[in-house]
Design a protein around this ligand. Structure first.
Ligand code: HEC
Ligand code: HEC
Ligand code: HEC
Length: 283
């Protein structure tokens, strides 16, 4: 697919402003946000990731066409060309915005090809149409539709029974973490103790939300189990002993083991998905 073909859908995200950026030697990535109509072919709207499975079928059909062409098995070749055409047409049926970009005229030519070489040349043309679309949309589509949806996850407070989204819960966690640190650095031990208790309650509440995506307890255990609890015990001892150095050191260890590790796994994807959802909503 050539550039600038999708005026409405193409919300190109440039990592830098073109002209000024080029002067500074910066490069931009021309990735585009796919049309929102693609979303209906993914879970949870669809029962399965229909789009992705159509793509897997296309790859298989391309391979079968090459193999039966080389074997000069005309009858199987004909069957696989039919399947390939049907699934290739499906692209435009599923996402009407992409209909005009398909190279359907290649199919009668492929059927009429007299030699494997002639068919091979036509198939490479078809593959170019696959690659053009992939270069522009594949990565963004996977990030938009196949990354965990933290926007849909709610965390219930065990104290107020209110439900909050991840960003609000996170802001509270970091506030409490810093409050323990500040209060113990300044020797305000009752305040440090109170914030530490609240932090542990909020963390346990957060732990209840892992099950929204993880059926097994392993992932939760790795982040919120001993890796979190042992350092927090030491923080508790530091606060009880009015020892700001111990409290601070183990707070740091807890933040690395728990907050930073969980962020390394989930946060970039959560942020990207959020960004792409917003971009798709713009007219
Ligand atoms: C108009 C756009 C478009 C065209 C044309 C297109 N694709 Fe795709 N394809 C996509 C998008 C978008 C994805 C990303 C899907 C995802 O990761 O959820 C994709 C993903 C794939 C994948 C999955 C790769 C992987 O392992 O994750 C395969 C295989 C694939 N396409 C094969 C093909 C073949 C073969 C053709 C041509 C015969 C083709 N596609 C034509 C848009 C297109
Ligand atoms: C699931 C594992 C997980 C754990 C454990 C975790 N976070 Fe987060 N955190 C996330 C995710 C995911 C986001 C991004 C949420 C989004 O943008 O939807 C985030 C976002 C944040 C943000 C940005 C909030 C905003 O304003 O958007 C802060 C601050 C934060 N976390 C602090 C913490 C602190 C401090 C801890 C440890 C006490 C912690 N997090 C533990 C997953 C986690
Ligand atoms: C919105 C969905 C979602 C939520 C909520 C979520 N995760 Fe994950 N997490 C994923 C996905 C997807 C992966 C990558 C695939 C996998 O391992 O399941 C992952 C991977 C992980 C991994 C690395 C793989 C492993 O088994 O060690 C850990 C650890 C983890 N998550 C911990 C947590 C913890 C702890 C929480 C709750 C505080 C949490 N996750 C909440 C979606 C989520």
């Amino acid at each position: 697919m050539r550039t600038a073909l999708f005026p409405r859908a193409a919300l190109i995200f440039l990592l830098a402003a073109p002209l000024a950026a080029q002067e500074k030697g910066e490069r931009s990535l021309e990735l585009s946000v796919p049309p929102a109509s693609l979303g209906q072919w993914y879970r949870p709207t669809a029962k399965h990731d229909v789009w992705l499975h159509t793509m897997f079928a296309l790859r298989r059909e391309m391979q079968a066409v090459s193999e039966y062409s080389a074997l000069e098995d005309r009858s199987r070749l004909g069957q696989w060309l039919d399947r390939l055409e049907k699934d290739y047409r499906r692209i435009g049926e599923m996402v009407p915005e992409w209909r005009d970009e398909l190279e359907l005229e290649l199919f009668p030519k492929m059927r009429a090809a007299k030699t494997p070489e002639a068919l091979g040349r036509l198939q490479r043309k078809l593959a170019k149409s696959c690659e053009g679309c992939h270069r522009e949309y594949q990565l963004v589509a996977a990030l938009r539709y196949r990354t965990p949806d933290f926007g849909a996850v709610k965390v219930e407070s065990s104290e107020t029974l209110d439900e909050e989204g991840y960003p609000a819960v996170m802001r509270r966690l970091v506030m409490l973490l810093n409050r323990v640190k500040i209060a113990s650095a300044d020797g305000r031990w009752p305040a440090a103790q109170e914030a530490l208790e609240a932090l542990r309650v909020r963390l346990a509440d957060l732990g209840e939300s892992c099950g929204a995506c993880h059926q097994k307890s392993g992932p939760k255990e790795r982040i919120l189990g001993a890796a979190a609890q042992i350092p927090l015990e030491h923080v508790q001892k530091g606060v009880a002993a009015k020892d700001a150095r111990t409290a601070g050191r183990f707070l740091g260890e807890f933040a690395v083991n728990t907050c930073a590790r969980c962020h390394a796994i989930h946060r970039p994807l959560a942020r990207l998905r959020r960004l792409l959802e917003k971009a798709q909503q713009q007219p």
